[in-house]
Write a protein that binds this ligand. Structure first.
Ligand SMILES: Cc1cc2nc3c(=O)[nH]c(=O)nc-3n(C[C@H](O)[C@H](O)[C@H](O)COP(=O)(O)O)c2cc1C
Length: 184
């Protein structure tokens, strides 16, 4: 078992990208390596992957609805936010990146984002034109300025039918980056 990841609490944000199914593999590999993964899905992500998949692979409950909080007195999202060592969002949509940059908190993932002191790593995935749009570029620059890390998307054939940048980085690259992060 990878000692760098053993016992680490990682919140895995999964947003509404066609690449959301890859979150299953990311969850499985990080869990196998010893990390404690708590998936948080946006409502959009649920169109692409079943919570049950991430629940089974992470062996933890999957959070998605801010109005269905935990059983204790403290809102579940605050409890999750407080104990995280890392907030990893993979895949991160243009919408999620914009919400993070602007400090919006309409759902569980974005609320946890504002509430957590944990560092944030984002793995964007989107159509190349969405990625190159000045709004997206400005949002990413804003987050980089705050110390957020990005796992650069690959260039290749995109699910939308175009070829170009915006493909989610490989699962191997994402897992390796998380390992590197904890080796600091
Ligand atoms: C089939 C399909 C695939 C999509 N893939 C992406 C994607 O890869 N990246 C992205 O930024 N948005 C994508 N979208 C659009 C997002 O789902 C949409 O912007 C949504 O509001 C994102 O919300 P969320 O970030 O809260 O999940 C896709 C939409 C559809 C219908």
């Amino acid at each position: 078992m990878d000692s760098d990841l053993k016992g680490r609490t990682i919140l895995l944000g999964v947003t509404g990208s066609i690449a959301a199914y890859k979150a299953a593999d990311i969850t499985g590999r990080l869990t196998e390596a010893g990390a404690d993964i708590f998936p948080i899905m946006s409502a959009g992500a649920a169109n692409f992957i079943q919570p049950l998949t991430l629940q089974t692979l992470s062996k933890n409950p999957v959070a998605s609805d801010i109005w269905q909080e935990g059983v204790g007195w403290q809102p579940g999202h605050i409890e999750l936010a407080d104990r995280a060592d890392l907030l990893l969002v993979a895949p991160a949509t243009a919408h999620c990146i914009a919400q993070f940059a602007h400090g919006l908190a309409p759902d569980l993932l974005t609320s946890v984002h504002l509430a957590t002191p944990a560092p944030v790593i984002l793995a964007p995935a989107m159509n190349g034109k969405m990625l190159k749009h000045p709004a997206t570029q400005a949002n990413m620059a804003c987050l980089r300025g705050r110390g957020y890390r990005f796992i650069e998307p690959d260039t290749g054939m995109l699910a939308c039918g175009y070829e170009g940048p915006g493909k989610l980085a490989s699962v191997e690259a994402i897992v390796a980056r998380v390992r590197d992060f904890f080796r600091r």
